[in-house]
Write a protein that binds this ligand. Structure first.
Ligand code: FE2
Length: 257
């Protein structure tokens, strides 16, 4: 089966661009399942029920999240109840809305989608990403297992890829909003990319107006992050997975403008 993993969708502009491109790409590439990172899908960071619904209505099958997951209180109940949204699994289990793994029954197969956050340079005290992902894999009901590793450093992300090699079908990195050039199949058969990239405005800093970020970095003062506008891109990776083995047989990155 063919799986498309889409990089962090930023704001209304990213959502609208995804909607303008995804249906055609799905048809042309014969894609069976789409997972995208939606933690920035609402303007002003975070996800809302409205932005999640917009992504699902545009052809997304599962949404993963990250460090901005709980920025919007109005989304807590939605995250808790949606069977198609996974939040980082390494938050405290008993008190956090939602779940770190979703098992989606498509009728023909069960696809398990896991979301884990990194520990390095992420300004958090979350549970160990490696221990957490092991616990989530025990809960996976499907042969096909997709992991979104939402993390900052390339070293932690590549380590996670090799840690899961042969145990996950696909491991795709998110959070940096910059697509890396290492989309590949690891030695034991896991499809992998360090960071799948971003869906949003091309001339921006991670989706935000460039001048705001430059000023913030120069002055060290807080600033409101207004989203940039202009030409967009949708960065994503395409993985073919053998349904019998659950392992990846081809991996390629795409940048759709
Ligand atoms: Fe993030």
């Amino acid at each position: 089966m063919r799986i498309l993993c889409i990089g962090d969708v930023v704001g209304n502009i990213g959502c609208n661009f995804l909607r303008s491109k995804l249906p055609t790409i799905k048809k042309i590439k014969a894609i069976d399942f789409v997972v995208c990172n939606g933690e920035n899908s609402s303007d002003g960071n975070g996800i809302t029920p409205t932005s999640a619904k917009f992504l699902f209505d545009s052809g997304v099958d599962a949404i993963t999240l990250g460090n901005h997951t709980f920025r919007r209180k109005e989304a807590y109940e939605y995250i808790d109840e949606s069977p198609f949204v996974a939040r980082p699994a390494n938050f405290p289990e008993k008190t956090t809305p939602g779940t770190g793994i979703i098992n989606i029954d498509t009728g023909r197969r069960i696809i398990s989608v896991i979301n884990v956050m990194g520990n390095m340079c992420m300004d958090n005290n979350l549970n160990c990403a490696f221990e957490t992902v092991d616990k989530m894999l025990e809960k996976a009901e499907g042969k096909i297992k997709i992991v979104d590793f939402h993390a900052e450093t390339t070293s932690e992300k590549r380590a996670m890829g090799y840690y899961l090699d042969g145990r996950a079908s696909v491991v795709f990195g998110t959070h940096t909003h910059v697509q890396t050039s290492d989309c590949q199949i690891l030695p034991k058969g896991t499809g992998y990319i360090t960071d799948v990239g971003m869906t949003g405005t091309i001339h921006s800093v991670l989706g935000v107006k460039t001048e705001i970020i430059i000023e913030k970095l120069k002055t060290k003062l807080p600033a409101r992050f207004d989203l940039a506008s202009g030409e967009c891109k949708m960065e994503c990776s395409l993985f073919d997975v053998d349904e019998k083995t659950g392992l990846c047989i081809s991996a390629e990155s795409l940048r759709i403008e």
